[in-house]
Design a binder for this molecule. Structure first.
Ligand code: BES
Ligand code: MN
Ligand code: MN
Length: 461
């Protein structure tokens, strides 16, 4: 019996329909941050959140930036001070024809495995963000106050590189100060296995154009003598990895540590289902770096991926052309203390040293990088949250690595001196960034209950 928490949990259960209606309202706003055509929608989502925070009794305001606005709110006094971060922007929806419904007309779908919330942003990150807001709402409705002080900080540019984030954090250090940051934007290692993120990979983005002839050429007239940029870029791209799947860029693995044996042992028991992870996307085996398990490849090994490569004629039929240009987009996932700037330099040198005579390369100068982040799991709040989650999900919560990147977790530390604790309730098959995104209704419901338990536990820790 927990006389403070139990009524909050009951209220969450009885208010679930109204809670879902609110999430649906937010999901109907097409806040695609990368697309200028949706600028007004991003503003609308931010305004919606300001109003929603005010409905909790929080002080809340919209903060203009050169890009999409931030949402800032504060409620409560006393107890530990927690800063909750989430993002209200979503990924673009194309290819639209692969959706089986309008991405911004959310609905509940009955599946054999249970009900799911369908729509862009259901899982990444509107549904997850609202789990925390709704936990606060239930707590306030029941007790008139929270057991802690909470600052809300919502961003609308996470899916488009967060250009305004660092300047905003630098300029608002005081307003963002707290004891601990909380983030709900991660997944669970396996369905039903509550997971606290222990490490996130960093990211380096780069992009180049390889130019050969000054214009597209007739492949009969010039085929033979001409330098073909697509052929040359293919050779360069093929040289990024050896036949063991290791990246060959100089010093790429500097700062990469092997995972300690005891952590590897812990990961083995975390409930991750390799077979399902692979077969769910049509793979029969893992294609990564030799000598590392699938989980290590996903969580603790760095990668260099080609995200896009194009050039030449792409239309219907044939065009006998030697293109003037070829293009390549690259991102690396980083771990340990790998330095994005050093890797960028070596990556560029790798490409430039392989250019044939008459070829030129130009680099996109606007792309950034962020290092990997390791969470401070020794803080007492992590153990408090672990116990709270274990009670809610009837299964021991685990500390799990994550393959994705949430650069703000690192910025909280470097700019604000703030540790972050990331707890998320997404499933790996939520199709985030893909057509037909969903969020399990159970994940949403238990996610809200989980935060209520965590607030209770952390405010006592
Ligand atoms: N919520 C994701 C990151 C994520 C997904 C972490 C699943 C853990 C599990 C976030 O919105 C995202 O998409 N991040 C980008 C960031 C990048 C563009 C800097 C990513 O990981 O690709
Ligand atoms: Mn996200
Ligand atoms: Mn995302």
């Amino acid at each position: 019996m927990n006389t403070r928490l139990d009524p909050v949990l009951s209220r969450i259960d009885s208010d679930l329909d109204a809670t879902l209606d609110r999430l649906m309202d937010l999901l109907r706003i097409p806040s695609i941050s990368t697309d200028p055509a949706h600028k007004a929608d991003c503003l609308k989502a931010a305004e919606w959140l300001v109003e929603d925070l005010k409905s909790l009794g929080a002080e809340a305001e919209l903060c203009e930036t050169p890009g999409h606005p931030m949402v800032y709110g504060k409620i409560g006094s006393g107890g530990p001070h927690l800063l909750f971060y989430g993002h209200y922007d979503v990924q673009p929806v194309d290819p639209l024809d692969l959706w089986d419904h309008d991405p911004f007309a959310p609905f509940i779908e009955e599946r054999e495995t249970g009900k799911v919330i369908r729509g862009r942003g259901a899982s990444d990150d509107k549904g997850q963000l609202m789990t925390f807001v709704e936990a606060c709402r239930a707590w306030i409705a029941e007790h008139g106050t929270l057991p802690c002080t909470i600052t809300f900080f919502f961003e609308g540019e996470e899916e488009s590189g967060s250009p305004s984030l660092i300047p905003f954090m630098e300029a608002n250090k005081d307003r963002l100060s707290a004891d601990l940051a909380l983030i709900c934007d991660t997944s669970m290692v396996a369905p039903g296995v509550p997971s606290i993120c222990s490490q996130l990979r960093g990211m380096l983005k780069d992009e180049f154009t390889l130019t050969g002839p000054v214009m597209d050429l007739h492949s009969g007239h010039y085929g033979g003598p001409a330098l073909n940029p697509l052929r040359e870029i293919s050779k360069i791209v093929a040289s990024f990895h050896d036949d063991q799947g290791r990246v060959t860029v100089k010093d790429f693995y500097e700062g990469v540590q092997e995972v300690p044996a005891d952590i590897l042992e812990q990961w083995k028991g975390c409930g991750f289902d390799e077979e399902e992870y692979l077969s769910g996307v049509g793979m029969t085996e893992s294609h990564g770096e030799a000598g590392y398990s699938t989980l290590e490849q996903q969580w603790s090994r760095p990668t260099l991926e080609i995200n896009g490569m194009w050039g030449g004629y792409q239309g219907p039929g044939t065009k006998t052309v030697i293109p003037s240009e070829a293009h390549c987009k690259i991102t690396c996932r980083l771990v340990g203390t790998q330095d994005p700037d050093a890797i960028r330099e070596n990556l560029r040198a790798h490409v430039e040293s392989r250019l044939p005579v008459d070829a030129k390369v130009t680099w996109n100068q606007d792309l950034d990088g962020s290092p990997a982040a390791v969470m401070n799991t020794a803080r007492p709040e992590f153990e408090a949250a672990r116990q709270a989650l274990s009670a809610e999900w009837d299964r021991e919560a685990v500390f799990a690595g994550m393959g994705g990147s949430i650069p703000i977790a690192g910025f909280f530390t470097t700019i604000l001196g703030l540790d972050s604790m990331l707890v998320g309730y997404a499933d790996d098959d939520d199709r985030i960034h893909s057509p037909n995104e969903k969020y399990g209704l159970k994940n949403f419901h238990k996610g809200i209950r989980s935060w209520a338990r965590i607030l209770d536990a952390v405010s006592k820790a």
